[in-house]
Design a protein around this ligand. Sequence first.
Ligand code: GLC
Length: 809
Amino acid sequence: MKFGYFDNEKKEYVITRPDTPREWTNYLGSLEYGAIITNNAQGYSFVKSGASGRILRGRFNVPPTTAPGRYIYLRDMENGDFWSASWLPVKKDLSKYESVCRHGVLYTIISSRYDGIETETLYYVPLNALYEVWAIKVRNKSGRKRKISLFSYAEFTNEPNENQDLVNMQYTLFISRTYYKDNLIIQTINENYSELGRNIPQEKGISGRRFNRFFGVIGAEVVSFDGDRDVFIGNYRDYSNPIAVEKGKCSNSLNYGKNSCAGTQVILELDVDEEKEIIYVLGDGAEETGRKVMEKYKEKGKVEREWEELKRYWHSRIENFKVKTPDESFDSMIGIWNAYQCFITFFWSRAASMIYVGHRDGYGYRDTVQDIQGIIHLDPQSAKDRLRLMLAGQTSKGVALPLVFFDYEIKPNQGLSLDNPYYVKRTGYTEYRCDDHLWLYITTRQYVRETGDLAFLDEVIPYSDYGEDTVYEHLRKGILFSLSKLGKHGLTYGLDADWNDTLRLGEEGETVFASFQLYLALKIFAEFAEKKGKKEDLEWAEKEASKLYENLQRYAWEGDRFVRGFMGDEVIGSKNNSEASFWLNPQVWSVLSGVATSEQAKIVMDNVEKILNTDYGAMIMYPPVRTLGLPVFRMILFNPGMKENAGIFCHPQGWLIKAETMLGNGNRAYKYFQEINPANMNDKAEIREAEPYVHCQFVEGKDSPFHGRAHVHWLTGTASSVMVACVEGILGLQPDYEGLRIDPCVPSHWKEFYMERMFRGKRLKIKVENHSGFQKGVKKIIINGKEINDNFLPESEMKDENEVLVIMG
Ligand code: GLC
C-alpha cells in the first residue's frame, strides 16, 4: 500500500492520505527551539531541552486519536458542522474529506478540503526564533458565501520539566495559570517567583523559576477564548469533539489550578473564491515578547519571506552534495532525506522523537561521534565544532564519558568522569564502554581528509576531568586506554558494552568487533604520526597493530567466520554454538579494518549473504538467543527477530554496504542498499509501517511474525552509516589529505551518473560514464579538459568551478 510520494524538486515527501500506518513525522526548529510534528499535526515542542524546556505537551505511545496537537478546527457557523485542518483530531469520513501533508526540510504543510472549504497550514520555526508559527490560509471554493469559525488548540505543559509535568500532578497543576488580552493568551508558571526565592531548595526536578509562554492570533479579532483545557474540551469529551467547537463558542475561561491551553476563536466571512489568512504564533516569553512577535506578522508577506529564507538556509546545506543516478529512490535518499536525517540525528542525538520522549539531556558518545560522519561532507565546520565537544568529553585516561550533556561546556578541570558522583547520579552510568572513544579515530580522519585541516591535530582540547592535550595526544590516550584493557587472547575487553549495548562482556570477556576497531584506530594513529613526522609513534602504533593482527588471526578466525568474542574460555559466535553462531559485525569489520585477507573477506562476506541476509537487510546475528542468556547476552530479553536479538539492525547495514564496495562488489552493495532503503518500501507501507523517507533503528528479522516491520524512526546511526557507505563507497567520493579520490563501486547497470560536490570551497561537477558495465575501476579522469590516468584528483588541479569526467574501466 502506498500513502505518498517523493517530490524531489521541492525536497518534500507528500503524504496523500492521512490514515498512515503510524504517525509519519517531521522536525521543525533548531537547537534553540525544537519541535516535532506528525502528518496529522500532532507532536510537541521545547526550548533548548526536551527534558527541561517542554512547552507543548506530547502524549506518547497512545492511540493517535488521544494525543494533543497543533490543532485548528473549522466550524460552519450556519449548519454547525465542524472538522479540522488536519485529518485528526475530528477525523472526518475520508470519502468526503481530503488531506495532503507535505513534509519539507524543517517545515510541514498540511492541506485539507471539505465541504467546499480548502485550507493550507504551514508550520515552521523561523531561523533563530524561540517560537513556532502556524499560518493557515482558508479558501472558499463552495460557490456560495460562507461564515466559518476557526478554533485553535495548543496544550501547554504545566512545568517545563517534561517528567514532572506528566507524573507530579499533585504539584505541577497548581503552579500554572493563563491570562488573555487582545488576541493573546499568556501562560505563566511559578508567577510568584522572585529573585528572593533564588536560594530556596526546590523539590527534585522542579524548575523553580518563572516561565511564560505566549499564543498570539494575527489576522482577525479573537471573539472567544479558553485558557482552561477542560473547559475547551468539556467533560467526558476528547480532542475530536471539544464542546467549544461543537457549540460554536469558547467560554472565555482561564486556567487556575488545572491544565493550560490556548483555545481561541475567530470568525471568517468568506465570499466566493475568497481566501483569508490567520497566523498563530506560539513560544517562549511573556506578554511583551508575545506582542512584539505578533507585530512582526502584521507585515504582509512576512510568513512567505521567512519560509523562503528557512528553505534557502537548509536547502543550501543539503545541496553541498547533489546526485543524479539511474535510481530515483537512491537520489531521494542520498541527495535529500538521508542528508536531512543526518542533520536531525546530529542535532538531537537520541533525545527527541515520537519514540524518544525527550528525556535524555545529552549526546550519547558513540552515537554522536558517528553522527558527525554523516554531515562532514555537507557542513565541515559544524562537524568540527561537535568533534571538539566530543573530544572534550574524553577523560584523561583516554576513555570517554558515555553521555556528554547538551549544556556541556568546553573548559578544563571540570572533574567529570565516572568517579564523580554527580555525573553518575545525573546519567545513571556506572561503567565505561570499550568502544566509545574508538569512534574518534575514523571521524577525526574523515574530517581532516575532507578539509585538509591537519592543524586540527595540534589543537589543544581539555579532558572532561583534568588537564588538556592536543587532539593527537587525546587519540594516543584513547589507544593507551584500550591497550590497558586486553584480555587473555590479547583482545579488548568488552566492558559495559562494545557497540552492541546488549552484550555485557565486562572485564572478563573480549570483543572481536571492538578489537577490529582498535586495530583500525592504531592504523589511523600511525597515519597521523607519519603525517606529523613522528617516527617513534609510527613504529609503536604499527607494532601494536601487528600484535593485535596476530591475535585476531590466531584466536578469532574459524575458517568460515570471525567469531564475535570470548567469555572466559567460551567462544561467542562460534560455528559450534547452537544459538547466535554467526554475527554480522565481526565479518564486516574484518574487512573495514583491513584485517581480513582477500580470501577471508570473500568467505565471510559470502556467508553473510547466505546466513544473515533477508529481503529487508542482513540480520545482526543468527540464530536468535532463546536459552543462552543473562548476564552477558542481554538481548535474550527481546523477542526473537527484534533489535539486537536477530533483528535487522539498520546501522550495521551501512558498514555492510561499505565493506562490499571495498571488495569491488557493486552489485551486492547496491542490493544491500535497496533492501534497507526506506524509499524502496514506499509502496509496501503496510509492511514497513514506518515513514518511507527515514531510516529506522531496526527492521524485524526473519524469526518475527512481522518480518519487515520497522521501528524507532529518525534518530539512528543508520543515517550516517548509510550516508557514508553510499557517498564514499557506492559513489566513490573519498577525500584524502591532498585531494579527492574518485573510485565508484556501482551496480553494473548504472551506465552513467552525475554528482556535484563542494570540496574545500571548490565546486566539482562530476559525470561518471560506465558504458561497459563495470562494478569498480577507473580508467581515467578528465578535469577541466586535462586527463589524469588515475582515480586521484589532486587539490592543486582544482579551480573554483570544475567539470570532471570519470570513465570507469
Ligand atoms: C542503539 C544505540 C547505539 C548502539 C546500538 C546497538 O542504536 O543508540 O548506541 O550502538 O543500539 O546496540
